[in-house]
Design a protein around this ligand. Sequence first.
Ligand code: S3P
Length: 173
Amino acid sequence: MNSKNSISLIGFMGSGKTTIAKLLSKRLNKKIIEMDQLVLDKTSYNDINEIFTKKGELYFRELEIKTAKSIKDLKNKVISTGGGVVMNKIIIDYLKQNSLIFYLKTKFNTIKTRLIKDTSRPLFKDIKTAKQLFKLRTPLYEYYSDYQITTDNKTPNQITNEIIKIYRKYGNS
Ligand code: S3P
């Protein structure tokens, strides 16, 4: 039996981490942790765009590492991460302490359709750059995750069910 009783969701922006985390949280009766929100709480800024504009990405990444460190010992949580957590292995190491890591694998075209009009994400401002980032990160999501869940053409409930099935088998539920 695995001693890990949290679930961390990783994946590119727009892959559905927040939506699925909410459903998992309800179904498994575990509190949800939104890493982006915790990062924001460490600042006096109003949103992630503002952090990027005023302080730059590196500053955001440092706060992201501090946030991951601050939650590493928490148990029994559903953690929705920011899409860039795979850029710092230390974050993954912190998450792995108590979590099974699920990668929500979503095609770039699906993500593009979802985020084309979204203005809240500093790293999804133009499609070409976002696609390059997607290509760079895909192998990292694959490498760092314990399980991959493809999400295209599935409902949020189907995705949640798949994760719960694996979690019940391999996690400490
Ligand atoms: C980022 C993803 C965002 C947020 C920040 C950076 C990234 O989170 O952490 O804008 O580098 O991919 P979501 O994946 O929830 O959009």
